[in-house]
Design a protein around this ligand. Structure first.
Ligand code: KIV
Ligand code: ZN
Length: 516
């Protein structure tokens, strides 16, 4: 099955990406991302880990019921209950997949599972058979394959294929592999497992040594035909292989790699921005493909070269990943239909007229403050409008800050807390510090501020500032976001958004920590 020259793109932003501390998303947010992934022609969308919590189940189910053109997948440990729950969530899918896994490295089997290798094989076979009884498309993963023994891997992979798995995933769970070593592992498996031709070999690389993309590409050269990856490389610890980098490397170096993907690449940038906006994980400016500087030519020599002949310094075109094509500007006089059609072009669907009207009203407010509205502004604005759907326990009613040379900055706020208006004020080392202290004076959340970051959404001093606030309490982290042309207001909105997420919080299981 590895002779095809198409590489299947399996996106796990909504599952492994969400395992990044603080990156949790609501059902509505996940659905928006899933629709954008489908539009970009991702082959498989891993929508979540259905048994983790009722919220995770509902999100997988909503995505399975909505997405028609991509396969929708749910993760499950090699346990009957997990597999049944995954099948239940996927029941409405046009094309569904159960992804079941168990750890195979000596260190995981001995210390985490406390199982003998024979028991692990037996459990894997049982899980794959059970999944095949409920779903035609089953993927089996050997967790921590990168540190597993090759003879044991050959044995368990052969048994899983015999039991009915049609995709075999070989994760480098801890990001330990080096490209030539990982390529050798994949090629040994393909050559040694007697029934290897009945399955597609997949790779899933973590980025602890910064090698996730390099390892995935080396594996493709060795015969892997599915790559598991995430938008912006989001994921546990240092993240997963970045989808945009995998896809563009395969496209740009077709001469060398000789394979292709189905991805409609001009959608890459808008999906990257959507994920960054929803999770509050900003994209660094020098990030390949989607960073603000990825196609910016700072030095005079480079600019001169690019103007004379683009290929002197550019190996791919900016338009091909969505830069420039999406910078149509809207302004104060733009009407509702121009607004709506730009949203459609950006792949943003509003659920109904009420949502569209709410977003349009925000657009008009923004256009009063800012003469030109860019796509980045629209994305932030829609994110804010849709996040209003999540019940807001804390809400900003008004904010007044005083900041003057030689005087201590002061903030006066009116908040609505569970529908009741409360006025509060405090001082701080700056207007943002004063605002946060004033909020805490009444919220008394007991949370610790772990991160405060401000990004200008577009160019110019009239740009909206997009603020991320990460709070932690009792080991649980949340990221709150807020955008406004006034960064103190954006900061207050982000802080309150984080408090609301903390307030909503539900317990959920982590697949690899609570695993068998
Ligand atoms: O990193 C990993 O091993 C995983 C598996 C559950 C596929 O995420
Ligand atoms: Zn992973």
């Amino acid at each position: 099955m590895t002779s095809s020259d198409r590489v299947i793109i399996f996106d796990t932003t909504l599952r492994d990406g969400e395992q990044s501390p603080g990156a949790s998303m609501t059902k509505e947010e996940k659905l928006r991302i899933a629709k954008a992934l489908e539009r970009m022609r991702v082959d498989v969308i891993e929508a979540g880990f259905a048994i983790a919590s009722p919220g995770d189940f509902e999100a997988v189910k909503a995505i399975a019921d909505t997405i028609k053109d991509s396969t929708v997948c749910s993760l499950s440990r090699a346990l009957d209950g997990d597999i049944e729950r995954a099948a239940e969530a996927l029941a409405g899918a046009n094309s569904g997949r159960i992804h079941t896994f168990i750890a195979t490295s000596p260190i995981h089997m001995q210390h985490k599972l406390r199982m003998q290798p024979d028991q692990v094989v037996e459990q894997a076979v049982r899980a794959v058979k059970k999944a095949r009884n409920l779903c035609a498309d089953v993927e089996f993963s050997c967790e921590d394959a990168g540190r597993s023994e090759i003879d044991f891997l050959c044995r368990i992979v052969e048994a899983a294929i015999d039991a009915g798995a049609r995709t075999i995933n070989i994760p480098d769970t801890v990001g330990y592999a080096i490209p030539h070593e990982y390529a050798e592992l994949i090629s040994q498996l393909i050559n040694r497992v007697p029934n290897a031709d009945k399955a597609i070999f997949s790779v899933h690389c973590h980025n602890d040594l910064g090698l996730a993309v390099a390892n995935s590409l080396a594996a493709v050269v060795a015969g892997a035909r599915q790559v598991e990856c995430t938008i912006n490389g989001l994921g546990e610890r240092a993240g997963n292989a970045a989808l945009e980098e995998i896809v563009m490397a395969i496209k740009t170096r077709h001469d060398l790699l000789g394979v292709h993907t189905n991805i409609d690449t001009p959608h890459i940038l808008s999906v990257s921005r959507m994920v960054s906006g929803i999770t509050g994980f900003p994209v660094q400016p020098n990030k390949a493909i989607v960073g603000a500087n990825a196609f910016a030519h700072e030095s005079g020599i480079h600019q001169d070269g690019v103007l004379k002949h683009r290929e002197t310094y550019e190996i791919m075109s900016a338009q091909d990943v969505g830069w420039h094509t999406n910078r149509m500007v809207l302004g104060k006089l733009s009407g509702r239909s121009a607004f709506r059609s730009r949203l459609v072009e950006l792949g943003i669907e509003m659920a109904n007229e009420t949502e569209l009207n709410a977003a349009f009203a925000r657009f008009k407010d923004l256009a009063d403050k800012k003469s030109e509205i860019f796509d980045e502004d629209l994305q932030a604005l829609v994110s804010e409008t849709l996040s209003q759907d999540t019940p807001e326990f804390y809400k900003l009613v008004s904010l007044e800050v005083a900041s003057k040379t030689g005087e201590v900055p002061h903030a006066h706020l009116v908040l609505s807390i569970d529908g009741k208006e409360v006025a509060t004020d405090d001082q701080g080392s700056g207007p943002v510090d004063a605002t946060f202290k004033a909020i805490e004076k009444v919220a008394q959340s007991g949370a610790t501020l772990l991160l405060y970051s401000v990004n200008a959404i577009t160019e110019g001093t009239d740009s909206q500032g997009e603020v991320t606030v990460r709070l932690e309490r009792g080991g649980r982290m949340v990221n709150g976001n807020g955008a406004d042309t006034d960064i103190v207001i954006a900061s207050a909105k982000a802080y309150l958004n984080a408090l609301n997420l903390m307030h909503m919080g539900t317990a959920r299981a982590h697949p690899q920590v609570d695993g068998v």
